[in-house]
Design a protein around this ligand. Structure first.
Ligand code: PLP
Length: 391
């Protein structure tokens, strides 16, 4: 697998070796229960406290504002259900967008079954929520606004600060699903009017099955996992200490390396975008050209509608791990993407899209190899004529 090129960092990222090194002692030696009062327990507790401080520091938050969760999906559910159950779901209103991850949208469907109403804001053709549409959607009974920081399919970054200000002006708390954005964009809860923020370990070179919800002091939230009272009563269950330590280490690395790494990814991304658009004349970029995550590219190919699965399997054979833009999981393969539909792409076009997402371990050499392989792969799918430019 060593000559494989992994270009699907929006799906998951390789754990950083420094993360694995930090976790190892908590798998084989320090396996105490953080709730125990004796030395083994205190050792585990200290590790959890340190990780909490590391995550808080990445967000400019206080440690007691961080709740560890079993991943991004759980953090999203904790935010939406937690706020709406505390407010009384029946009769409450929630505003979100049409392009959210299923962790948000499926949770909304559940809240609707409990009597809540949900407004899904539309997006522009490049994937942006119009702040005026949020202003118009808020009602007296609106209890929460939840808009993602950056989209997992298109990579488009939302004007989060502006949207959060609108919610606050109307007295409504603001949640953001920042699973794709944390570690790639700066966050500072001291200056950003965000009340709840979800993140996930495996999207920032940390372990899977661990995440966190930032909860601003004073927010009222019902626990969705009541039980033994861990995590300040917000998320019961014995803590996954090794994973928490791994997330802490991943957060510390992200804080130290983010700005330099983001600049490197932007230049790698733009090298790829420019190269692809120059070499393949039916290729087009999906999502906003500039309000875009540093390492994220979503592409369509005119005239090759519905061919993404064939293309990604061919690229797989050539050694490249790349996702289709329409279905980032085998579970949903063949289903049209609700995100691309919301951008106005017809279902066939959406099924022809590719998502290339770069991460910490990708290199210029890998990008150049891809620029050689992709035009050939696209041309080989073409039923009539050869549209790819020579070279
Ligand atoms: N939100 C977004 C935007 C995501 O991209 C993902 C994962 O792809 C999730 C939430 C879910 O995170 P997790 O896989 O940690 O449950």
């Amino acid at each position: 697998m060593s000559d494989r090129v992994y270009f699907d960092n929006a799906a998951t990222t390789a754990p950083d070796p420094r993360v694995l090194e930090a976790m190892r002692p908590y798998l084989d030696r320090f396996w105490g229960n953080p709730s125990s009062l004796y030395a083994e327990g205190r050792q585990a507790r200290q590790a959890v406290d340190r990780a909490r401080a590391q995550v808080a520091s990445l967000l400019g938050a206080e440690p007691d504002e961080i709740v560890f969760t079993g991943g991004g999906t759980e953090a999203d559910n904790m935010a939406l259900q937690g706020v709406l159950l505390a407010a009384g779901a029946s009769g409450s209103h929630l505003v979100t967008s049409a392009i959210e991850h299923p962790a948000i949208l499926a949770c909304c469907r559940q809240l609707e079954r409990l009597g809540a109403t949900v407004t899904e804001l539309p997006v522009t053709s490049d994937g942006l929520v119009d702040p005026a549409s949020l202003e118009a959607a808020i009602r007296p009974e609106t209890r929460l606004v939840s808009i993602m920081a950056a989209n997992n399919v298109t990579g488009t970054i939302q004007p989060i600060a502006e949207l959060a200000h609108i919610a606050h002006r109307r007295g409504v708390p603001f949640h953001t699903d920042a699973v794709q954005a944390v570690g790639k964009m700066p966050f500072d809860m001291r200056t950003q009017p965000i009340d709840l923020l979800s993140l996930s370990g495996h999207k920032l070179h940390g372990p899977k099955g661990i995440g966190a919800l930032y909860v601003r002091q004073g927010m009222e939230l019902w626990p969705i996992l009541p039980g033994g009272g861990q995590e300040g009563g917000r998320r019961s269950g014995t803590e996954n200490v090794p994973a928490i330590v791994g997330l802490g280490q991943a957060a510390e690395l992200a804080a130290a390396e983010r700005s330099e790494e983001a600049a490197r990814l932007v230049s790698l991304r733009d090298h790829l975008i420019d190269g692809i658009l120059a070499k393949i004349d039916n290729a087009y970029l999906i999502g906003h050209r500039w309000c875009r995550l540093p390492g994220h590219i979503c592409l369509g190919f005119d005239g090759q509608e519905g061919e993404a699965i064939k293309l990604l399997l061919q690229l797989d054979q050539e050694g490249f791990a790349i996702s289709s833009g329409s279905a980032c999981s085998a579970i949903h393969a063949g289903q049209p993407s609700h995100v691309l539909a919301a951008l106005g792409l017809d279902p066939l076009k959406a099924r022809g899209s590719l998502r290339i997402s770069l991460g910490r371990f990708n290199t210029l050499d890998e990008a150049d190899r891809f620029l050689e392989v992709l035009p050939r792969a696209v041309a080989s799918l073409r039923p009539i004529g050869r549209l790819a430019k020579a070279g």
